[in-house]
Design a protein around this ligand. Structure first.
Ligand SMILES: CC(C)(COP(=O)(O)OP(=O)(O)OC[C@H]1O[C@@H](n2cnc3c(N)ncnc32)[C@H](O)[C@@H]1OP(=O)(O)O)[C@@H](O)C(=O)NCCC(=O)NCCS
Length: 209
């Protein structure tokens, strides 16, 4: 049995969850490292959802976070869905437990009014998003301030000093927005080009958050 914790329940939970999440973000290729300093204010704002194993209540088995991306030119707030993982031994492929899907669904269902995007080069995460209505568009279709806020990879990942010219965008790295966000954007044209099966080179792609 898997429990899902956020808000006050999460804040009252065993504090080792911070270190567990940090450790996993340090070991997974597509994730940016997140420390307690990053996670705590966001958890206090109710934007962290974790999955724990009911048989081993101190064990974090999955996580998803809505990171603050700032405001667009119309003064609307945006968020980036990130720090999305399921511990390897709990993944669907091994257990048939839909933990990743549950994390995604609960987070999106709870926040339809929020403008939410996700960026990744991980095909499995793209497939998870697609099962929950994430619409793939081009980075250039995002409001400029939002694109700048999400495209923060360093030069060794982007191959460009100006991230506007990132060589991974819309190829190795994809952006998707939730369906309510896509509706509010005026339903921009979607990108249907599949992600290639090539392995990522030198962590070229990232989870912003
Ligand atoms: C992305 C991640 C959370 C997905 O975990 P998961 O939901 O348990 O799924 P698995 O990785 O076991 O996926 C196995 C297959 O089952 C599919 N699957 C998963 N849940 C499913 C469900 N509920 N129904 C049907 N298929 C499902 C997956 O899409 C995948 O198939 P694919 O290769 O065709 O996409 C996990 O791989 C992970 O933690 N990766 C490392 C961190 C990371 O890269 N995060 C993404 C950054 S954006």
């Amino acid at each position: 049995m898997i429990h899902y914790l956020s808000g006050m329940e999460l804040l009252a939970f065993d504090e080792t969850w911070y270190e567990q999440v940090e450790y996993i973000t340090r070991t997974e290729t597509y994730l940016l490292t997140k420390t307690r300093a990053d996670l705590e204010p966001v958890a206090k704002d109710g934007r962290v959802l974790i999955a724990v194993d009911a048989d081993d209540l101190h064990k974090v088995v999955g996580c998803i976070v809505l990171w603050d991306l700032g405001r667009d030119e119309r003064d609307e707030q945006w968020y980036e869905l990130g720090t999305f993982f399921v511990r390897p031994e709990y993944r669907f492929g091994r257990t048939h437990l839909p933990i990743g899907d549950q994390l995604y669904a609960r987070l999106l269902e709870e926040q339809p009014e929020k403008n939410i995007l996700g960026t990744t080069g991980n095909k499995k995460a793209i497939h998870t998003g697609a099962r929950h209505g994430m619409q793939m568009i081009r980075f250039g279709q995002l409001p400029e301030a939002v694109r700048r806020a999400t495209c923060i990879c360093p030069i060794e990942k982007t191959g460009a000093t100006n991230n506007f010219h990132c060589r991974a965008k819309d190829s190795l790295c994809r952006v998707r927005v939730s369906t309510p966000t896509w509706d509010r954007m005026g339903r921009p044209e979607r990108l249907f080009r599949p992600l290639s099966d090539d392995p990522p080179t030198n962590r070229l792609t990232k989870e912003t958050s």
